[in-house]
Design a binder for this molecule. Structure first.
Ligand code: GLU
Length: 329
């Protein structure tokens, strides 16, 4: 059993000083959020919540919403169909690269890049626009165990500056890799990105994946284990965009992370806990700079796969046992 308060406290102190990075400006409303927000929350697989910092401050969920549209898509169509219709390759190019979408053999690539994510949302299309949006928000609410709300200003700001996403969607449509009308689908994708969340919300949402698809707070099965694994595995190549490889090397591959340009990061440590971090200044790829640094430290402390540092006491005991056996020989 971990002392989560102690772990959060120590990582918070070690990373609080990080002030580098820049807020996202390509969506004007995102640049207005306070740069100083910093919050870390953990929700364990029993549904207990721990937090420190500005855990009531809300930011736009942005790309982290891609996790939940993918969840709904695998629930509706099954893992095999989603795998065939979307794809999984990472691109080594930015998350909204038109070149990447053009060059990819499937033209969609990973569901966590914008083109793959919008194609995923197209798999959820409903003719009634209100019902389409509602089904996506209801699903996110189920993961958060509460009613989330959409940031109207963010949604409007993003809708006005959506040309690249529209281009990506039309490119996919032309290649028969987009499965619904472009305009209402991109509109709904923009809507899902504008949902506001706190670090607590992100930790709760992450805890469902950590708990194999069952929400530990409500006991509702939102995904099967197979679906949960499929979603998490897709995060490895693209969850943190071009930083994803470095994240795996630094954390040991047992921590699955998704970032959003609003400054949030959601991390899943399977069987252990979900983590939510909010800190709006971003690195050059679009990941929260301080959030990634704190996330690596947390993942290293909580991952089951990594060799843990032995305490001096344990080490001494171990060494003296080894010496005794040597002496006997
Ligand atoms: N709504 C943003 C976009 O489509 C999400 C990008 C992100 O968070 O990485 O550009």
């Amino acid at each position: 059993m971990y002392d989560y308060n102690k772990i959060i406290d120590s990582v918070y102190k070690q990373t609080k000083h990080i002030k580098s990075g820049k807020k996202a400006h390509y969506i004007p409303e995102l640049a207005k959020v306070s740069s100083s927000i910093f919050a870390i929350s953990i929700c364990d697989v029993n549904g207990n919540l721990y937090h420190k910092g500005d855990y009531t401050s809300k930011v736009a969920i942005e790309s982290i919403s891609k996790l939940f549209s993918l969840s709904l898509a695998v629930k509706k169509h099954g893992v095999d169909t989603v795998f065939k219709k979307i794809g999984m390759h990472g691109s080594f190019l930015p998350f909204n690269s038109i070149i990447a979408a053009k060059l990819a053999p499937s033209h969609t690539i990973n569901p966590f890049l914008n083109q793959g994510a919008m194609a995923t949302t197209s798999l959820l299309y409903q003719k009634n626009n209100k019902a389409f949006k509602k089904s996506i928000l209801d699903n996110m609410n189920d993961f958060a165990s509460k009613r989330l709300s959409v940031g109207k200003d963010i949604y409007e700001s993003e809708s006005e500056t959506n040309s690249i996403n529209m281009s990506l969607a039309y490119l996919l449509k032309n290649n028969k890799r987009f499965y619904a009308p472009v305009i209402p689908t991109v509109d709904t994708y923009t809507y899902q990105c504008s949902v506001k969340v706190t670090s607590d919300d992100l930790a709760r949402m992450a805890s469902v994946f950590a708990n194999g698809g069952v929400n530990p707070k409500t006991n509702k099965e939102l995904l099967t284990k197979k679906q949960t694994e499929y979603i998490l595995n897709n995060l490895l190549p693209e969850g943190l965009y071009e930083y994803s490889d470095e994240w795996i090397v630094k954390t040991g591959g047992d921590a699955y992370a998704k970032s959003g340009v609003g400054g949030g990061i959601l991390i899943v440590i399977p069987g252990v806990c979900g983590i939510g971090i909010v800190s709006p200044r971003l690195d050059k790829h679009g990941n929260s700079k301080r959030g990634v640094s704190a996330g690596i430290k947390l993942a290293r402390k909580l991952s089951k796969k990594l060799f843990k540092k032995k305490s001096n006491k344990t080490r001494k005991r171990y060494n003296s046992k080894k010496n005794k056996t040597r002496r006997k020989k």
